[in-house]
Design a protein around this ligand. Sequence first.
Ligand SMILES: NC(=O)c1ccc[n+]([C@@H]2O[C@H](COP(=O)([O-])OP(=O)(O)OC[C@H]3O[C@@H](n4cnc5c(N)ncnc54)[C@H](O)[C@@H]3O)[C@@H](O)[C@H]2O)c1
Ligand SMILES: O=C(O)C(=O)C[C@@H](O)[C@H](O)[C@H](O)COP(=O)(O)O
Ligand SMILES: [Zn+2]
Length: 359
Amino acid sequence: MTPARRVHVALGERGYDILIGRGLLDDAEGLCALVPGRHVLVLSDENVAPHYLLKLEAALAGKALRACVLPAGEREKNLGRFAELMSALASLGASRDATVIALGGGVVGDLAGFAAACWMRGVRFVQLPTTLLAMVDSAVGGKTAVDLPEGKNLVGAFHQPAAVLADLATLDTLPPRQLRAGLAEVVKYGAIADAGFFAWLETQAPALLAREPAALAEAVARSCGHKAGIVARDETEQGERMLLNFGHTFGHAIETAQAYGGLLHGEAVAVGMVLAARLSTRLGLAPGADATRLQALLSSFGLPVAVPAGLLPETLLSHMRLDKKAISGRLRLVLWRGVGRAEVFADVAPDAVLAVLVS
Ligand SMILES: NC(=O)c1ccc[n+]([C@@H]2O[C@H](COP(=O)([O-])OP(=O)(O)OC[C@H]3O[C@@H](n4cnc5c(N)ncnc54)[C@H](O)[C@@H]3O)[C@@H](O)[C@H]2O)c1
Ligand SMILES: O=C(O)C(=O)C[C@@H](O)[C@H](O)[C@H](O)COP(=O)(O)O
Ligand SMILES: [Zn+2]
């Protein structure tokens, strides 16, 4: 095991550490310490479990453990699966000192977190992220949710994990498309808040795509640093946290319109960030050159930058109206002043949004 980096999420008594390093899942003693009570429910999926579930179960031998292994993919993040988890906790006899562990990507993390938030009105929750996206974003910050056919993450709760262990060795088995999807959320931090990080990323595409350990560790730690800071300042998204939604109003509309079976979340966010940047340029907020830079960076990571064929602008706009940032039915979007400078804008004209969706 290499020495881990540590990022703290400063939420007072509910604060927690994100540990980032290779081999964290081989530390049986460290894993066991994450589960103080007797009952533990582990949620994973069919691609992750064969690689990593056995060592987690071995570390937790002696606990009353139930493992639920789902088929993989966004379509599993639904109310039916949530109900199954409630039944699994009931049949385990899980008491208020139970722990729910998410072993997997953001789908498993969001679903397990929502189950932990709801079981007996809230039990302990631990995140063991195994995708780049989950390490840099979804495992941190306590947004938990399931999707409805009508929209992404519409049913959920804020429920912070007690700990996050990002074992970088798990990225060795991650498919390339999933690695690229995670890089979209990494780019997001540079785009919204850190021009220096953005410029660093512009030099790192070959290293990151080749999974060079030092580059990956740096990208994960810097991303977690940004997310931890924003979450600590605005846990429940009253203001600054909305910036983490850059590209998401467009991206979520694409995912919903494709019934969660088209672009991956990170890919949809990549397209969404390009559209948000283009809209910002159109509204005179950001230099066109910065929008071009953003598109070029995402392309260098092999990410899509255009709306998939066949999706109608009016359909996407109607999905955007159910975005959680909207107020009284009026769109509120995260727009851009240029690299490193995102801002929230209320009452964005629907015609301007439609114009970038058709271009
Ligand atoms: N809560 C938040 O703050 C937040 C932030 C960003 C995204 N999200 C949510 O996260 C989800 C996307 O997460 P994701 O991109 O991790 O997708 P995912 O959970 O579907 O995982 C991606 C794929 O990779 C596979 N996989 C995972 N780890 C693996 C490994 N180490 N080796 C081999 N295969 C592996 C999975 O089986 C799956 O097929 C979306 O639902 C999105 O809405 C939530
Ligand atoms: O943590 C946040 O806040 C984010 O917005 C991070 C996003 O990357 C993530 O996709 C989140 O789930 C979107 O939140 P939502 O409130 O728009 O569903
Ligand atoms: Zn996201």
